[in-house]
Design a protein around this ligand. Structure first.
Ligand code: FAD
Length: 387
C-alpha cells in the first residue's frame, strides 16, 4: 500500500492517522476535513468547561502525538467516493487517489424543522464555531430554552443554569436520557435539574419558535409559549454519509463494516468512530457507537486493520461519561431489564448501579464513583471477552 486517504480530520481521523505512522507506514497520507481547524477541537469540553468559561476554546484542542507527515486539506468536504477509480473527490473538483481509505466523517446534527427554526437565536452545538457563537449569546444573559434532553441538551441546560440563567429544558419523552441510562437514573437526573431550578417541560413537542427578527419564545404542542431569547437544539445526530451515496457502500445507518472494521464490499476501505457500524463480536450484532472512547479505540484498530495487521476482531463495550451539575456520570455496557443500586446511594449523589438481564450484569452506571466504576467496567469487559 503506497497511499492512504483519511476522510474526516477530527478525533477518529487524527488518532487513525497517528496509528498509521506508528505502525511504520512510510507512504503518502492525505487527510481531508470539512472543518477548518487543525489540530481539531475535542468535542466533550464544548458542552462542559468551554461553555462554563472555565476553559478557553484553545484548551479544548486535541493534542497531536506523532509527526503525521501528511497532506492536510481543511475546510473542504469530500463530495464522493469512486471505488472503481480508487479516488475521493473533494469540493472544488480535486481528486485524491488512494490505495487505502479510512472513513471517519462522524455525525452531523439533526436540525429542527418547524416555523421559526431558522431564526438567528436558534443554535446547535457540534463544532468550535458553534461554541463561540453560543458563548457570545450566553454572555448577553438570555432566557434559554433547550430543546432535547439528551446528553448534550442536558449538559447545556446544567451549564447555563450554573451560569445563573433562566433555563427551560424541553423534551417529547417523559424523562431525560431514559434509553441510555434507564428509568431509575433518568428520574434521578430529572430531579437534579428540577432541584437546581431548571424548568422542565417533558412529554411536550415544539410546534414553532416565536419571533420576528430573533427568538422571543417556544410554542409547545399543548399551545403554551415559553419566553426565551436563545434556543439551543440537541435533538440528535445522524452519520455524515451523504458524500458516500452512489459509492455502493451500505450506508443505511453509518458505514456497514465487518468485525475488523472493513467496509463491506470494498477492499482496502475501513471506517471508524461515530460513522462506523460494525459487527461487534462482544454483542454478536452490528453496532454504531457515538462516544469519544470508541472513536479513539476503533480508529487505532481500523488503522491497523487497513495495514493488514492481524489481531482478531474489534470488540467494544460502549462507554461514555457526562457531567451535569455536581454529577459525574459514567456508563458502560448496555441497558438490561432491571437496575439496582449496588453501592452508595442516590441520596448522597455517589452510587453504582448494575443493570441486569436475568442474573447477568450487562451494564454498569455510576455517579461520582470513579474507582468503583472502573473496576466494574473492567469486569464487564472481561465477561464480554468470552461471550
Ligand atoms: P466527529 O467528531 O463527528 O468528526 C468527524 C469529522 O469529519 C468532522 O470534523 C466533520 O466536519 C468531518 N466531515 C464530515 N463529513 C465530511 C466530508 N464529507 N468530508 C470531509 N470531512 C467531513 N462523547 C463522550 O463519550 N462523552 C462526552 O461527554 C461527550 N460529549 C460531547 C459533547 C459535545 C458537544 C459533542 C458534539 C459530542 C460529545 N461526545 C461525547 C461525542 C464525541 O465527541 C464523539 O463521539 C466524537 O467526536 C466522535 O469522533 P469522530 O471523529 O468519529 O466524529
Amino acid at each position: 500500500m503506497r497511499s492512504i486517504c483519511i476522510v474526516g480530520a477530527s478525533l477518529a481521523g487524527l488518532r487513525g492517522a497517528e496509528e498509521i505512522r506508528r505502525q511504520g507506514f512510510e507512504g503518502r497520507m492525505t487527510l481531508i476535513g470539512a472543518e477548518a481547524q487543525f489540530p481539531p477541537f475535542d468535542r466533550p469540553p464544548l458542552s462542559k468547561a468551554v461553555l462554563a468559561s472555565t476553559w478557553t476554546l484553545e484548551q479544548a484542542r486535541l493534542p497531536v502525538f506523532e509527526d503525521l507527515d501528511a497532506a492536510i486539506h481543511l475546510g473542504v468536504a469530500a463530495t464522493d467516493l469512486d471505488l472503481a477509480a480508487r479516488c475521493v473527490r473533494v469540493q472544488g473538483g480535486t481528486s485524491v487517489p488512494f490505495d487505502g481509505l479510512m472513513i471517519a466523517t462522524g455525525t452531523e446534527v439533526i436540525r429542527l424543522r418547524c416555523p421559526g427554526a431558522d431564526l438567528p437565536g436558534v443554535r446547535y452545538l457540534r463544532s468550535a464555531d458553534d461554541a463561540s457563537l453560543l458563548l457570545a449569546r450566553i454572555s448577553r444573559r438570555p432566557r434559554v430554552a433547550v430543546i432535547g434532553a439528551g446528553f448534550i441538551g442536558s449538559e447545556i441546560a446544567s451549564v447555563c443554569r450554573e451560569r445563573g440563567l433562566e433555563v427551560t429544558l424541553i423534551d417529547s419523552s417523559p424523562l431525560p436520557l431514559e434509553p441510555q441510562v434507564g428509568r431509575l437514573v433518568a428520574s434521578y437526573i430529572f430531579q437534579q435539574h428540577r432541584d437546581r431550578g431548571v424548568a422542565t417541560r417533558f412529554g411536550a413537542s415544539v410546534t414553532s419558535i416565536e419571533g420576528d427578527s430573533d427568538v422571543t419564545g417556544v410554542t409547545l404542542s399543548g399551545g403554551d409559549t415559553i419566553a426565551a431569547d436563545l434556543v439551543v437544539v440537541g435533538i440528535g445526530v445522524r452519520p455524515a454519509v451523504g458524500w458516500l451515496s452512489g459509492s455502493g457502500l451500505d450506508i443505511s445507518d453509518g458505514v456497514l463494516c465487518d468485525e475488523e472494521c472493513r467496509a463491506i464490499g470494498a477492499d482496502g476501505v475501513v471506517a471508524a468512530g461515530d460513522v462506523a457500524r460494525w459487527q461487534n463480536p462482544a454483542y454478536g450484532r452490528a453496532m454504531r457507537i457515538e462516544h469519544w472512547t470508541n472513536a479513539v479505540e476503533q480508529s487505532e484498530y481500523a488503522a491497523r486493520s487497513l495495514l493488514g495487521v492481524q489481531e482478531g476482531p474489534f470488540r467494544s463495550i460502549p462507554y461514555f461519561w457526562s457531567d451535569q451539575f455536581t454529577m459525574h456520570l459514567q456508563c458502560a455496557g448496555v441497558r438490561g431489564d432491571t437496575d439496582e443500586v449496588v453501592e452508595g446511594s442516590m441520596a448522597t449523589g455517589a452510587f453504582v448501579i448494575e443493570s441486569r438481564v436475568d442474573d447477568r450484569v450487562v451494564g454498569v452506571l455510576a455517579s461520582n464513583s470513579v474507582n468503583r466504576f472502573q473496576k466494574a467496567r473492567r469486569a464487564l469487559a472481561a465477561a464480554r471477552a468470552h461471550s
